[in-house]
Design a protein around this ligand. Structure first.
Ligand code: 13P
Length: 255
């Protein structure tokens, strides 16, 4: 299964910064062989990034979408608009949207459905808060998030998903999960997926780890068979560090 490493720029980078990043990262693309590399810029940079990445091996992702295909929703962006730009993936249910914007599991389910309807592949984010981990309820939170998002999906559609395990306390803190804990959580996610989609289909779903991933620790995550890539925030902002991180991941898997 091809590893997938995604850059989530969150609310960073204007068009000039996007152009600069794309120019630089494209020079290294031959060093990323065997890794699916994905850039998720803010909406305002998607058309420009699409132009740069067109004809490259790098893919484009969006950070969110609306749950309807079109309509009177001022300020929102619908899946077909993203697909029209050449966007292939869309992040759904990121913890910043769950916890800052207040998105519910039901809302996230409707977005997963909308993405699939628009022909986009959802990167569904799940993960527990620090308090939930301390209370010993991490697994129940994760399975609730997963099962709520998958409810009503045809098992065939589930194969299109990527799951990002992002423990909330590890995001942007410099305090990554212990690799063994990430392995345990991702293995648990696989079990939930197997029950929901059947073992064969679940095998096709890639699971990423996210939360303070850096060039120095990426190898310790992807060397576990349970983890097929990473969702990267801070370390994806500079082309040099992102490129080094992808190469380190590739090396770790080859070893
Ligand atoms: P950091 O890599 O900055 O911790 O962010 C992780 C993240 O939220 C990616 O979606």
């Amino acid at each position: 299964m091809e590893m997938i490493i995604a850059a989530n720029w969150k609310m960073h980078k204007k068009t000039g910064d996007t152009a600069e990043f794309c120019r630089a990262i494209l020079k290294d693309q031959q060093l990323f062989k065997g890794v699916e590399v994905l850039i998720c810029p803010p909406y305002t940079s998607l058309p420009l990034a699409a132009e740069f990445l067109n004809d490259s091996s790098l893919k484009l992702g969006a950070q969110d979408l609306h749950w309807e295909q079109e309509g009177a929703f001022t300020g929102e962006i619908a899946g077909p608009m993203l697909a029209d730009l050449g966007v292939e993936y869309v992040i759904i249910g990121h913890s910043e949207r769950r916890h800052i914007i207040g998105e519910s599991n039901n809302r996230i389910r409707s977005k997963v459905k909308a993405a699939l309807e628009a022909g986009l592949k959802p990167i569904l984010c799940v993960g527990e808060t620090e308090a939930e981990r301390e209370q010993g309820s991490a697994n129940s939170v994760i399975s609730e998030q997963l099962l709520a998002a998958l409810e009503g999906l045809a098992p065939g559609d589930m194969e299109e998903l990527v799951i990002a395990y992002e423990p909330v306390w590890a995001i942007g803190t410099g305090k990554a999960a212990q690799p063994g804990d990430a392995d345990a959580a991702c293995s648990f996610i696989r079990e939930v997926l197997q029950n929901a989609a059947g073992p064969e289909r679940a095998q096709k779903i890639r699971i990423q780890y996210g939360g303070s991933v850096k060039v120095d620790n990426i190898g310790s995550f992807v060397e576990f068979a349970s983890i097929q890539g990473a969702l990267v925030g801070g370390a994806s902002m500079q082309p040099d560090s992102f490129s080094a991180l992808i190469q380190a991941a590739r090396k770790a898997v080859q070893n």
